[in-house]
Ligand binder design. Structure first.
Ligand SMILES: NC(=O)C[C@H](N)C(=O)O
Length: 332
């Protein structure tokens, strides 16, 4: 280690980047098997970029990601980044829910220092594993002063995305991460970063969300819309005491008629319902084909259903007023 290099802390959570399998050419492996030291041993070049220390926060495939890990991560990042000797954070994460954890942190960490998530689509034991390069590039991104103040970043496949915009778009391909509404913020090559765009929605130090005393998040679930949708699904969530419901509606967040009738009752009982879209891109617009005024619903703007769920969970910590929550969806 050298005194002059930036100090980057790696927080490991598991995922395919730490996955190992019997075949080096297949998609069968177990995520989250290898500890952080093994991942770092694959990228000795990173020691020239930063002084690196690491902590194992969890060891799970990100299909098992849980509110408690989100809260643990956010709290630890807030502690670490408050220290003058820490310059940036890299989180190693499974890709299945990397966009969700990234957006949760985008709204809850209170730092302008770089916070970067990385993952991999091929396990650490596969031919042409993408994890080592993604980890190296993530460390480069977190160590760069150019990354400060840009919100939480996701660095995959040589590209740097905003955690607000990015999502996983392909089951297995290494180019799976895309920002369908915005494109990447920048790129990383040859040990350096270049940025071309800025995120304008409020994030990190600018948000009203303080999770320092929070140990559980409000119960919010997602319903998937389709032709002839069964309205009984809405009743199931109400029975399960959901405080909020996100509907991945069809098209511009539209609802099947019998579901719409149920939703009207649900919103008048005080449960907040957000209309998002199953289409994968675009904005759900207010009072368009669906009359939000009459239904008492909120629109997700351009957040996909899983990100709308996270913002609704955090919003419900502050208010149950759909009007105030709608403002948050236009702000964050
Ligand atoms: N590529 C991956 O990381 C997938 C894995 N299921 C995970 O999310 O942990």
């Amino acid at each position: 280690t050298t005194g002059k290099l930036p100090h980057v802390v790696i927080l490991a959570t598991g995922g395919t980047i730490a996955g190992a399998g019997e075949s080096s050419v297949g998609t069968a492996y177990t995520a989250g098997k290898l500890p952080i030291e093994v991942l770092l041993n694959a990228v000795p070049e990173a020691k020239k970029i930063a002084n690196i220390s690491g902590e194992q926060i969890a060891s799970v495939g990100s299909q098992a990601m849980h509110d408690s890990v989100w809260l643990k991560l956010a709290k630890r990042i807030n502690e670490l980044t408050a220290r003058p000797d820490v310059d940036g954070i890299v989180i190693t994460h499974g890709t299945d829910t990397e966009d969700e954890t990234g957006f949760f942190l985008q709204l809850t960490v209170k730092t302008s220092k770089p916070v970067v998530l990385v993952g991999a689509m091929r396990s650490a034991t596969a031919i042409s594993a993408d994890g080592p390069m993604n980890l190296y590039n993530g460390i480069v991104t977190a160590a760069s002063p150019k990354s400060a103040g840009r919100g939480v970043l996701v660095c995959m496949n040589d590209r740097i995305y905003s955690a607000r915009e990015v999502t996983k778009t392909n089951t297995t391909n290494v180019a799976t991460f895309q920002s369908p509404n915005a494109g990447p913020l920048g790129v990383v090559y040859d040990g350096d970063v270049a940025y071309y765009h800025k995120i304008l929605r409020k994030h990190t130090v600018e948000t009203e969300f303080d999770i320092s005393g929070v140990n559980t998040l409000p119960k919010v679930d997602i319903l998937y819309g389709y032709s002839n949708m069964n309205p009984i699904l809405v009743d199931a969530l109400v029975k399960d005491k959901a405080q909020g419901i996100v509907i991945a509606g069809v098209g511009n967040g539209n609802l099947y008629p019998t579901v719409e009738q149920r939703i009207k009752k649900v919103t008048s009982s005080g449960i907040v319902v957000v209309r998002a879209s199953r289409t994968g891109s675009g904005r759900v617009t207010l009072n368009a084909e669906t009359d939000d005024k009459a239904l008492g619903t909120v629109v997700s703007d351009d957040l996909n259903p899983q990100k709308a769920r996270i913002l609704l969970q955090l919003a419900l910590l502050k208010t149950k007023d759909p009007k105030k929550i709608q403002e948050m969806f236009f702000e964050y």
